[in-house]
Design a protein around this ligand. Structure first.
Ligand code: SF4
Length: 210
């Protein structure tokens, strides 16, 4: 089956594909994941070392001066909203979860700034709990081009992927598609001539290719 062959080739070509954001505990991942919406991971990784040194607990973020926190995440898109979400999410963590990041999907998506994609990311990478597939922009674009889905809506794409990708690969597939999206299957124009999936890929929606 093409899907399994494609997964095998992605694994072979990106043996070191992994989650890109740096973190050392669930709270750091939650903060980094909120910051990463519509921002390159490298940019988030550049500011988080100092941020994590200054703010070490949910209490530190919950009690943070908003203006100061916005300054501390300077350069991140939508810094104002993201800082507010971090502070409010941490207030809820203190009120309802004993200051800890919960490890249940429905609890995570109830927090400000956390949608299903980010919740999946936190569950997988902080708790090793695999309930779904985080669909970021690379996963959405490549899944469509590969013909794995006809939708561009994250919730529908995730359902389609969960039907055709073996569960043992749910954790890895997002890393693999992201690696391929960054290296070859780029937006807006993919390098199909250089792509090891060229013969297997239906190239859905691709109007221009290199
Ligand atoms: S063949 Fe083209 S569209 Fe298909 S995965 Fe490769 S680069 Fe992307």
């Amino acid at each position: 089956m093409n899907t399994l062959k494609i997964i095998e080739l992605l694994k072979k070509n990106y043996p070191n594909a992994k989650y890109y954001l740096n973190f050392s505990n669930p709270l750091e991942l939650l903060v980094a994941a909120i910051l990463s919406a519509q921002v390159r991971d490298e940019k988030v990784n550049a500011i988080t070392p100092n941020l994590f040194k200054k703010y070490k607990s949910t209490k530190d973020y919950a009690n943070a001066d908003l203006k100061e926190l916005i300054k501390d995440i300077k350069g991140i898109t939508f810094a104002g909203n993201k800082a507010k979400n971090i502070v409010n999410a941490c207030k809820i963590l203190i009120e309802k979860y004993n200051g800890k990041v919960p490890d249940e999907m429905e609890d995570l998506v109830s927090l400000p700034g956390i949608g299903r994609k980010t919740a999946n990311t936190i569950l997988i990478n902080a708790f090793n709990k695999i309930e779904g597939i985080p669909c970021d922009t690379h996963v959405l674009r490549l899944s469509f081009r590969l013909g794995w889905t006809k939708s561009k809506k994250p919730e529908d794409v995730e359902k389609d992927l969960m039907k055709i990708i073996p569960k043992k690969d749910w954790k890895k597939i997002a890393y693999l598609l992201k690696a391929h999206g960054r290296a070859i299957c780029k937006a807006p124009i993919p390098y199909c001539s250089k792509c090891f999936l060229n013969k297997l890929c239906p190239k859905k929606g691709v109007t221009k290719k290199l």
